[in-house]
Ligand binder design. Structure first.
Ligand code: URA
Length: 287
């Protein structure tokens, strides 16, 4: 249900009053929370804002906390009302594995949709059943023109959402790992298995964390060896930081990057701060 801006403001106030979490006992609050979650799935912006207020944060920025800008036309930072809320859940060390997976998956869905929406579309004018004209969008490329390449292992967690949005997409895998014994945690290439004719495809690299940029650079170089053009590569990423973004955009100026948030720092172990810790360990519960 879409609400006009003025109606939305009034309804938000009413809704927030009626569902004010502080006024509810814990079990009723849980029931209300599920109701709100169900409403969120409607995707209506009015409800999304209401959810924010219900969950106790009214200013997006406060919750996302660390979001900083990175000016580059090839870097897209996801703009979605739910991102601050979802990120705050998975940053929390007390988030259970099941919630971590659930909330991460939801952000991945948004990120991958953003990447697909940025692909060229054919627009034709059609008529609705009611008789009016509308612009009908279709991807110019077919599913067979795309390939997802995961960076093992954390990138594999993004595949189910990729399959949901692009069933039948070809998949390549690359194993690169940080050498923890080196001071700069240099990435080392171990293995790749890429689909034939990848050179002709649009490639989505999947990896949730962009820290130094070392791993992703190795993967991009591997793709370029196979003949993939930089302009046909989109790196889909959850949390980035300025160092990783600078590394990739300076070495590969024509790739596109889609990220949910840019965090400000890396710690001495070259983990993003505040970040969320080791993404793969938390997603796969392998601590
Ligand atoms: N990989 C992770 O899982 N987390 C980081 O912060 C950096 C790399």
């Amino acid at each position: 249900m879409w609400l006009l801006p003025s109606c939305r403001r009034v309804s938000q106030k009413l809704f927030t009053c009626r569902l004010g979490v502080r006024a509810l006992k814990p079990e009723r609050a849980r029931a209300r929370k599920s109701l709100t979650t169900a409403l969120v799935f409607t995707g209506a912006m009015g409800y999304l804002t209401m959810r924010g207020e219900f969950m106790g944060f009214s200013k997006k920025v406060e919750c996302q906390g660390t979001k900083i800008e990175f000016e580059n036309p090839n870097v897209t930072i996801l703009e979605h009302s739910l991102v601050p809320f979802l990120l705050s859940q998975i940053r929390d060390p007390e988030c259970s594995t099941s919630d971590y997976r659930r909330f991460s998956d939801r952000i991945m869905h948004l990120l991958i949709e953003e990447a697909i929406a940025a692909e060229p579309m054919n627009v034709t004018i059609k008529k609705t059943l009611a008789g009016g004209d509308f612009e009908c969008y279709r991807l110019t490329k077919t599913p067979n023109d795309f390939c997802a390449v995961t960076i093992i292992r954390a990138g594999d967690s993004m595949l189910p959402k990729m399959f949901e949005l692009m069933p039948g997409i070809k998949v390549g895998k690359v194993l690169v790992q940080r050498d923890e014994s080196t001071e700069d945690k240099r990435s080392v290439f171990y293995y790749s298995k890429l689909p034939k004719e990848i050179a002709k495809k649009k490639v989505f690299i999947l990896d949730p964390m962009l820290a130094t940029g070392g791993s992703c650079s190795l993967v991009i170089n591997r793709l370029k060896e196979e003949g993939v053009k930089e302009e046909n590569i989109t790196f889909i990423n959850l949390i980035s930081c300025p160092e990783g973004l600078s590394c990739l955009t300076s070495a590969f100026p024509d790739i596109k990057i889609i990220t949910a948030v840019v965090d400000p720092n890396m710690n001495e172990e070259r983990y993003i701060e505040p970040g969320l810790g080791d993404y793969g360990d938390r997603y796969f519960n392998s601590d």
